[in-house]
Design a protein around this ligand. Sequence first.
Ligand code: ADP
Ligand code: MG
Length: 825
Amino acid sequence: MLGTVLDIDGGFKREKRHSPIPQAACNLIWELKPTQMMRRKNNNKHYFTRMSTRKKVHAFVRVRPTDDFAHEVIRYGDDNKSIDIHLKKDTRRGVVNNQQTDWSFKLDGVLHDASQDLVYETVAKDVISQALDGYNGTIMCYGQTGAGKTYTMTGATENYKHRGILPRALQQVFRMIEERPTHAITVRVSYLEIYNESLFDLLSTLPYVGPSVTPMTIVENPQGVFIKGLSVHLTSQEEDAFSLLFEGETNRIIASHTMNKNSSRSHCIFTIYVEAHSRTLSDEKYITSKINLVDLAGSERLGKSGSEGRVLKEATYINKSLSFLEQAIIALGDQKRDHIPFRQCKLTHALKDSLGGNCNMVLVTNIYGDAAQLEETLSSLRFASRMKLVTTEPAINEKYDAERMVKNLEKELVLLKQELAIHDSLANRSLVNYDPMDEIQIAEINSQVRRYLEGTLDEIDIINLRQIQEVFNQFRVVLSQQEQEVECALRRKYTFIDKNDFAAISAVQKAGLMDVDGHLVGEPDGQGFGLGVAPFSAKPGKKAKSKKTFKDQLSSSARKEGASSPVGGKDLDVSISKTQLTPSSKDGDVKDMLLRDRETSNIEPPSSDSPKEELRPPRPSTPPSKPVAFEDFKNERGSEINRIFKENKSILNERRKRASETTQRINAIKREIDMTKEALNFQKSLREKQGEYENQGLMIIDEEEFLLILKLKDLKKQYRTEYQDLRDLRAEIQYCQHLVDQCRHRLLTEFDIWYNESFFIPEDMQVALKPGSSIRPGMIPVSRIMSLGEDDQDKFSQLQQTMLPEGPDSISFYNAKVKTEQKLS
Ligand code: ADP
Ligand code: MG
């Protein structure tokens, strides 16, 4: 099994009994698709973006040369890509012996007796090469102390030939930079050591770095992980980079002496940061990459050297951080895992964006070739095979240079403006300005929009896109201003009660202004007659409600100008639906009638018994919409007629209810009569069958039949009474209906008169209509009043004197006369 078991003290230790790696893990064949190239057309230039392809981690094994190579135990495959380990059975364990003796590890290559040169070619060359194309790379050496990790990674610093991956990588980077004169490539390096869960900057000793005040921390941001406080050094040439490497190496050795550190117990991460900008200024894209070269601490297990005290502490840390690395590797290799435990220790946290992910990853597992180290060798090989399960998705780190982008856009803008000027001159539009609008231009558009809404401007000429956008913007401004105005006007006129404000509602109910169902008193169908409550919900801050009031305003002003309302909305909807009602729709609400009637606006002088004196409020500049004004009217002049109308309507409803109940009763009685008749017939036939008794010419019947006869008689009597009631009720209903219709008509006519008088008749004309003068408001159609000539005025006064004193009956006569005169003139 591949798993680890948790030690009692919280550390991890490997299982004693080794079992084979699952065959699936060993034989996993990774399909490496050739890198796909995607062609993207962009502004006549073609960019090539390398699409990411899943790729396995490459795991190699490097065997430390030894004179005592365990040929019996360690065998390489023919293709040099596998290692088989064979152990002889321990005979001391007895006959029944389940001890495992054979392991097989499939890898990407076994480096046996390989020169530093070959190791670099095999392990690192491609990774470094791709780093210059924008791919991150991580090369890691793993293995027990003394197996050759540092030799592989850094090499012998005193011998050029034996230099390791690190100096060679730096050399390759600078060589490749030389080969790419088309790009300005910068190289930076840093050297980090992690020892006992503490971070050390191996390059902090450089004179220009200066001592760090705060301890280094690992920071994550959208760009990746970086170590805050770690010095990063710009290197313009190979030599500088080598100096930095040697500085770091020296510090590593010095620190191990002065701080009494065991260098084999620390992890070292040398990072090369590459940034490549194209020398072509129009290219705003640039690439970055990061190469992590990691020399891990010795992987040998705790307890082997009998660690105590400080050494034990070090060993525990190392085991822990390598265990956490192993856990992260296992999680990365498991496709089903979506959480990778990177933050458990400094090592995995610092390498978070360098393990798996989008980078090219290579592992070199350093092992001894000696039989004595077999246990650790097995352990290291198992780590290598786990690493092979990890897949990465290498992708280019492409970024955009904001400064270059702005410059390029500015250039393009100038070009497009020139292009536009050419088009304008071809289309004879020489005066068009495409610059952003100033305040004066915006104010002019606002005024255009207002005039357009008022109807004084027929069209708003389209000039350019910017102007169209500003027109829409100003529409919004005007709309919201008008909404506010309408709302303010309503608030001045009405007291709004929030439907959800139960306290306010109960206060109104207590005051007797509203019944328990939320209807206003004296208004059976809840239409909000009078009482200063807005006819529609007017909850503050609700857009829908404001819109409605605004529509009212708009449609009323449109009507004033004699145009049909351009706004489809509540008004229009209502009037359309109501015109579909038949005129005999007796219960149609007065308000509906109002909406239905207002298009024709026939002002007929009705008779009014007691026109009420009223204090007229100052006339508004724009007349309110008829539904709004109607509410006012019902509170003022129309209050009496409205009251009578409602009374009649409630009587009518009550009678209708009674009629319906009576009909139901009649039907019930009829059913009972039928049943009784049937029972009686049955009794009769029974009697006839049994033989009839006669006594002195009188028929003898039994008691049951007698009772049925009595019942039938009684039922018939009831039937007749109820029927009579129903007939009376029907007559009453007809009469009441007539009254309701009359009242409704009167209410509407009175309202029309009041409305015109209040909002359309000039103030000076109203003097003649004042109570006390002989003309009642509404007696003359407004149009007529407005068009009276001097002669007419005379006739008018004569008529006033001759006709009106004869009482209300003269009104119809007067009406007819005026109408005829109007027709003739
Ligand atoms: P580690 O870093 O794994 O503890 P080192 O790299 O320090 O081990 O190696 C221990 C010693 O073995 C060093 O003296 C090193 O020069 C030598 N060594 C390791 N691997 C090789 C190799 N492949 N060829 C020659 N010498 C080696
Ligand atoms: Mg070492």
